[in-house]
Ligand binder design. Sequence first.
Ligand code: 4NP
Length: 162
Amino acid sequence: MDKTKILFVCLGNICRSPSAEAVMKGILEKKGLDGNFEIDSAGTAAWHEGEPADPRMQAHARKRGYNLTSISRPVRPEVDFDKFDYIIAMDDQNMRDLKRMAEKEEHHKKLFMMTDFAKEFSYRSVPDPYYGGDEGFELVLDLLEDSCGGLLEKVTDEQSDK
Ligand code: 4NP
């Protein structure tokens, strides 16, 4: 079976999407499913290209057992829209930017909001924590843990329908 490829996208790729990548990988490892998936993250902006995740985000994630190892990179539309099966935006601006980059109908069909998969929380987006305090980083992790669990259920349901 081909690997299912998921790309998480935020603005800078130093807070929310690297955390989504780590949370999803953590869930998959726990379930022994990591070999079936390829998980990556990217930013709609290239401002932080080449940088590790924000130290505040890393510290909050580490307290929950997640090691943020990814290095920031911008979305590469010419590669990413063909390569990935699911491209998941953290907020409405990310989604607008991705829709602008997506050229084909089949690319648009791959776009989802992270919070579409939430089961416990009812937030419209994963709010940008960059200019706020500790509670914003904790909220990001709460929303991602909830939504990544729901995302895995959706993906495994779709795989069993095939
Ligand atoms: P992220 O957070 O999109 O979750 O990585 C941000 C990172 C950097 C900036 C804004 C948001 N920035 O303005 O540099």
